[in-house]
Ligand binder design. Structure first.
Ligand SMILES: [Zn+2]
Length: 474
């Protein structure tokens, strides 16, 4: 039965040689973290203190012990656990494989051709080299999807810079599903799709993802060989390869190919990041959501230094709204909850303002554990879906006007005939017949926003139209 052995994936041998362990390491001060980086420890969480999670071998575990790090073992055998809790069916369980993702995008485009455009935005590294045939797919969701409607704000949603962060594919796919499948009967969704141009790239790193599926479940980077045959020296961290402050220091990214945060030989050296560059430079994105895992975090620039941007108040307001119901923590590197990164998508999409406009770049670190079991996927989607729709909704005010608190043009807010119900469920004629007593005759534009003053619960039902023209007659 020789063929059985031929089909055996190589990680079977890897586990026997080198077991991978998920550990929690206590971080007392920043120098502890830098020591971990110098030891080339594979850090999987984004928080800086009080502890980080990391994937280590037996040898690394021993070395950490010798260096007096306080370590707790969380998972003894990650690959065994991956098989038992995630890859339950040999097909990633509830998570999408690359081919399932491609199939789902094609289905969505075929079922909803009037509101979607499926676009191949570039090749993976292995396709670039003629080794594999994987494209990077984007789907644009909007009315008139083949026309660039300048007055509609553009929103970008990206998943899977990092191969092993499987949940980061699922949230973008869920956003696609809700925007397409509810369009015909949900006026809230219809409003968003008709008034925004939403681009979703669910899997930026297809080579890495397939490597996770077939060979090594803990792979993070892309599959650039860097000229080596040993996988330990391969891969570029796509989220350190963007040009803005690329290689600013060797803490936020690494010049060494063996590092998990290797930034590549040059800014945009990788075809995957080039695909995003090309897409962003040819559109006017005003807000972007880049999904990662994990940490229950909503992160914004700057990442490369411990400083706030000039738009800090707006970023914080967006964070307040995104995190209001799911309890995620919002902040940037200056807040001290996360470690520095340089050359990431957030800093570039916001900071690069010469060849493209400023875009409010946000990174979401989904969930509170590394590779949550298949069964937790629906919960993680649920806690991110509505907040993501809020961000799409808010794109209208980003920039130049900050998110408004006042919802009625030229009218004192307290005199607004506040509609207490879920306005979005109403058809337009009902909006027009809402009570507007006390106003002199005339035409008014009512601006309905989210509860940006945060004095009430932000719920799905309080997603309002942002602009309704009302005619008041004698
Ligand atoms: Zn990531």
């Amino acid at each position: 039965m020789v063929f059985l052995f031929v089909g055996m994936p190589s990680f079977v041998f890897a586990t026997e040689v080198e077991r991978k362990i998920l550990v929690e390491i206590e971080i007392g001060k920043i120098s502890d973290f830098i020591r971990l980086q110098e030891m080339n420890i594979d850090i999987v969480s984004r928080q800086l203190t009080p502890k980080v999670q990391a994937i280590v071998s037996r040898r690394e575990l021993e070395r950490l012990g010798e260096q007096d790090f306080k370590i707790h073992i969380l998972i003894e055998n990650l690959i065994k656990r991956f098989k038992e809790e995630i890859d339950t069916d040999g097909n990633l369980g509830k998570y999408h494989t690359y081919s399932e993702m491609v199939e789902e995008l094609h289905k969505a485009a075929a079922m909803y051709p009037h509101i979607t455009q499926l676009v191949d935005i570039g090749d993976s590294w292995e396709k670039w080299k003629g080794i594999a045939d994987r494209d990077i797919w984007a789907i644009k969701i909007s009315d008139n999807p083949y026309i660039e409607e300048e007055e509609e704000p553009d929103v970008l949603i990206v998943g899977c810079h990092h191969a092993r962060e499987l949940i980061s594919v699922e949230i973008p796919l869920a956003i696609i599903r809700v925007l397409t499948s509810r369009y015909s009967f949900d006026p809230r969704i219809k409003y968003l799709v008709n008034n925004r141009e939403i681009w979703v790239v669910p899997m930026l790193n297809p080579d890495g993802h397939v490597y996770v599926e077939e060979v090594y479940p803990m792979w993070r980077k892309n599959r650039n060989t860097n000229g080596y045959t040993d996988p330990a020296y391969q891969g570029v961290d796509l989220n350190r390869n963007y040009s803005f402050q690329w290689g600013y220091d060797d803490i936020g990214s690494s010049p060494y190919p063996w590092s998990q945060i290797y930034r590549g030989l040059a800014p945009f050296s990788e075809p995957e990041t080039q695909a995003i560059k090309q897409l962003v430079e040819t559109h006017n994105f005003v807000v972007s959501l880049s999904y990662h895992s994990y940490g229950n975090l909503f992160l914004f620039p700057w990442g490369y230094i411990d400083e706030d941007t000039e738009d800090h108040a707006i970023f914080e307001r967006l964070g307040q709204i995104y995190c209001h119901n799911n309890g995620y923590v919002y902040g940037n590197a200056k807040d001290g909850v996360i470690y520095n990164t340089n050359g990431d998508m957030n800093d570039w999409i916001y900071g690069e303002q010469e060849v493209k406009n400023k875009c409010f770049g946000i990174t979401i670190e989904v969930g509170d554990c590394f590779q949550p079991p298949s069964s937790e996927v629906p919960k993680l989607i649920q806690e991110n879906l509505v907040p993501a729709l809020w961000m799409i909704f808010l794109a209208r005010w980003l920039p130049p006007t900050p998110i408004p608190d006042i919802r009625v043009n030229g009218w004192v807010p307290y005199e607004v005939p506040v509609h207490q119900g879920p306005l979005f469920y109403l058809e337009s004629y009902e909006v027009f017949s809402m009570p507007v007593s006390g106003l002199p005759a005339g035409t008014y534009t009512l601006y309905f926003g989210v509860d940006t003053v945060m004095d009430g619960d932000v719920t799905w039902d309080s997603l309002y139209y942002d602009n309704v023209v009302v005619n008041v007659t004698e």
